[in-house]
Design a protein around this ligand. Sequence first.
Ligand code: ZN
Length: 168
Amino acid sequence: MRDTLVLNASFEPLSTVTLNRAVVLVLQDKAVVEQAHPELRMRGADVDIPAPRVIRLCRYVRVPFRRQAPWSRRGVLVRDRHRCAYCGRRATTVDHVLPRAQGGQDTWLNTVAACAEDNHRKADRTPEQAGMELLREPFEPTPADAMLLALGQEDFAALPEWLARDAA
Ligand SMILES: [Zn+2]
């Protein structure tokens, strides 16, 4: 288990993130390392830092733990790691599983990330009607997703390759 614990600026535990995500938060000056793995280092072209075990956010974020995170297109893409729910390739659009034309709503459980091609192909049809299969069911975002959204960490594709390797 190489997940990193994230503390709010107020030292309250917030969530865990992958080690790579934690390093990105530190490199972006969004968080500081509170505790590091004694023998593990993260190395890249311009980076060589101890692998953080616990990080603390530099600014306080309000994360909606108890109530549902508000739905947004950006949030759906973050939740689904910018992967198309139908083919697994990079997603840039949000698809309504039950199409809006058939009464589908903007909710976490009715929307998935989709590539433009699949979104266009599916059009105003359900996956069954279009003969397409969801690789995974939509779900409510995790506390980690809600926290990353609150931090504006939406662009997972912008991770450097060595960091992105197991960030998905
Ligand atoms: Zn696709």
